[in-house]
Design a protein around this ligand. Structure first.
Ligand SMILES: *Cc1c(COP(=O)(O)O)cnc(C)c1O
Length: 381
């Protein structure tokens, strides 16, 4: 049976079925060595020279991620931010970038404040409307279009296939932050994207105990080679213990993300009719702005992330988060435990996040327990 005949669920559950050749161990050992033996004839036939570029455990994690994204190759990084920044640093000096107005806040800040210091110019657009992206792409100058879908914290949906056509017609690459979509629900490369980014800190690892990032490339070319070189020179590779935990987490990716998405869908439907909720934001809701695109682009679910806008405003939103008991009041997302966050408090000044918004990362707990806790916290004054 060839690999492409196997489902993502099967490939991830067995971490591609790799067995340690020396010990016959079902779970491969963690490779911690920072250096490797040179062959007597002065070659490095193993392909491994030094720990900053080369680590076998990192490679095993990369092989699983590449399989999940049907990518030609993948690289793991010390965080989602370092993965993203490596990609931007690989662009030539003077390159133009198009990015969403609403996206992961720390990366948006980097693009606005730091990217120009590296010779990049960045335009921010309403990325939920391909018609608004088209005029922002400058043929010959724009090198990269960045999307995040569904996007933090309003869960806006971008049409990957439509934007891929626009980018490629102008000679630009399309990169997609697919952290919240997960490889289970969206396949950006199959829709025409060139690169997929994951904050593997989130769903890929899934247990809130590893900070990691990944880039999966449709093909190996001078750009992917440049990204790898930047990772090597800047020392951005993921450590072996983290890579091991990430592989372990990915074995249950399919089960976890489907459980999170089922809980999120049920909660979103209930909050849409809640007397204390002005609006429930979830791509799976028919009234959501991005629902039609999400239905075309996402398979099997709409992800585990949703937000609610509290009818009585910011103070009530913060009090609701304060009164919660079962949900954990914390930033981040994509773990097995449910998290709640008053998002505007962490994004700070200039953020497009409404101040009455609570961001919810649905975990895998019993949905009735999650509902009772949040419903009670919203109603208690
Ligand atoms: C967390 C996150 C990032 C950044 O990843 P880190 O692993 O925290 O560096 C980027 N994009 C999205 C959508 C995220 O949720």
């Amino acid at each position: 049976m060839s690999d492409d005949a196997l489902s993502r669920r099967t490939l991830a559950a067995q971490a591609l079925g790799k067995i340690d050749a020396a010990s016959r161990a079902l779970v491969p050992p963690i490779h911690v060595s920072t250096t490797y033996i040179r062959d007597p004839d002065n070659a490095y036939r193993s392909g491994n020279v030094y720990g900053r570029p080369d680590n076998e455990t990192a490679r095993e994690a990369e092989a699983v991620i590449a399989a999940l994204e049907a990518a030609e190759l993948a690289y793991v990084f010390g965080s989602g931010m370092s993965a993203s920044i490596a990609l931007f640093l690989a662009l030539p000096h003077g390159a133009h970038v198009v990015a969403p107005r609403v996206m992961y806040w720390a990366l948006r800040n980097w693009l606005a404040a730091e990217a120009p210091l590296h010779g990049l110019s960045v335009d921010f657009v309403d990325a939920e409307d391909a018609a608004q992206i088209a005029p922002a792409i400058k043929p010959g100058l724009t090198q990269l279009v960045w999307l995040e879908t569904p996007s933090n914290p309003l869960w806006g949906v971008s049409d990957i296939a439509a934007v891929a056509k626009l980018a490629q017609a102008a000679g630009a690459r399309l990169a997609v932050d697919s952290t919240c979509a997960t490889p289970i629900f969206t396949q950006p490369l199959a829709l025409g994207a060139d690169v997929v980014m994951h904050s593997a800190t989130k769903y890929l690892n899934g247990h809130s105990d590893v900070v990691a990032g990944a880039l999966a490339f449709a093909r190996e070319d001078e750009f992917s080679v440049r990204v790898k070189k930047i990772r090597q020179m800047h020392g951005m590779i993921l450590g072996p213990f983290e890579a091991f935990l990430l592989i372990r987490g990915m074995r249950t990716l399919d089960l976890r993300t489907r459980a999170c998405a089922a809980n999120a869908a049920e909660l979103a439907a209930r909050f849409a009719g809640h007397s204390e909720v002005a609006e429930a934001l979830y791509p799976g809701l028919p009234q959501h702005r991005g629902h039609e695109v999400a239905k075309r682009q996402m398979r099997g679910g709409f992800g585990g992330m949703l937000s609610i806008r509290v009818r009585r405003g910011q103070a009530h939103a913060i009090q609701t988060a304060a009164r919660i008991q079962l949900w954990k009041r914390a930033t981040s997302l994509g773990g097995v435990e449910s998290l709640i966050e008053h998002r505007a408090s962490i994004e700070g000044a200039g953020s497009p996040c409404p101040t009455d918004l609570l961001r919810l990362s649905a975990g895998i707990e019993d949905v009735e327990d999650l509902w009772r806790d949040l419903d009670r916290a919203l109603r208690e004054v």
